[in-house]
Each structure stands twice: as C-alpha cells, then as structure tokens.
Design a protein. Structure first.
Length: 145
C-alpha cells in the first residue's frame, strides 16, 4: 500500500484558489439589499416631496385667505389657491386633496389631506409609510372686525 502524503495533507495556503464565482456570489448577497435600499430612497423621497408640496399648497392658500373680508370670501380664495396648486402637485389624483378651513380666535386655519392610496407608487410599495393619509395645515392671523 502506497502512501500519498503530498496529495492528502496539503497546507491551506497551497490549495488552489477558485475565484471565478466569488464575484457572482458577492453580488447575489449584496444586490437585493442594495435594490431594496434604492427603492426605499425613491419611495421616501417621493413621500417627502409630496408632503412638502402639500404643505406649500396649504401655506399659499392660508396667505391668500388673508385678503378675504368674510368667511365665504376667504373660503373662495382658499379654493382658488388650491386649484392653482393642484396643477403642480407631484402625485397623481391631485383633485382628491380634501380642503378644510377653520376660523376661530382671530386665526384662520387651512388643512389639506391627501390619501396616499391615490398614488400607485405609495399604494404598491412593500415599504411601510409613516401614515396612509398626509395632512398638512397652515395658520394665519386675520384681522378682527
């Protein structure tokens, strides 16, 4: 019986290196994580842009309401301002933005609500959103009569 010690007990450093598939294995582990991270950045970036646009629309409507002499005129100015803001709204179904107004104690509040289910990018995402409805408000002081 012949003993082949040179093939049986090789040091680890002497083993042949098979590096052809290592890049593929690294990509298989890293790519899903990177893709999920990229999707999260896009989704949350869109969410923040939508929230900012809604806040800007509320701010503009509240400022426009200051020119109104009574509650009906203020509401008409708010509706007119929101109609103009809808054209530049970054998410679809801007016509579904709900408008609420309140006048009390010398302050006028404009509250806008947008249901994220109206935007396919938010409705179909596997990433949880902070809220299903965006609500933004703006308050201005109106002159007492």
């Amino acid at each position: 019986m012949r003993h082949h010690s040179h093939t049986r007990f090789r040091p680890i450093a002497a083993l042949p290196r098979h590096e052809r598939g290592s890049a593929l294995m690294e990509a298989a582990f890293a790519l899903p994580v990177l893709i999920l991270l990229l999707i999260g950045i896009v989704i949350y970036g869109s969410w923040f842009m939508t929230a900012h646009s809604l806040q800007q629309a509320a701010n503009d409507a509240a400022r426009a309401s200051v020119a109104g002499l009574d509650a009906a005129e203020r509401r008409a100015l708010v509706d007119q301002s929101i109609a103009a803001s809808r054209a530049a709204f970054p998410a679809p179904a801007a016509q579904t933005i709900a408008i609420g107004t309140d006048e009390s104690g010398g302050y006028y509040t404009v509250t806008l609500s947008y249901d994220l289910a109206n935007a396919p990018v938010f409705a179909a995402t596997p990433i949880p959103m902070p809220a299903s409805t965006l609500r933004r408000s703006a308050v201005v002081r109106i002159g007492t009569q």
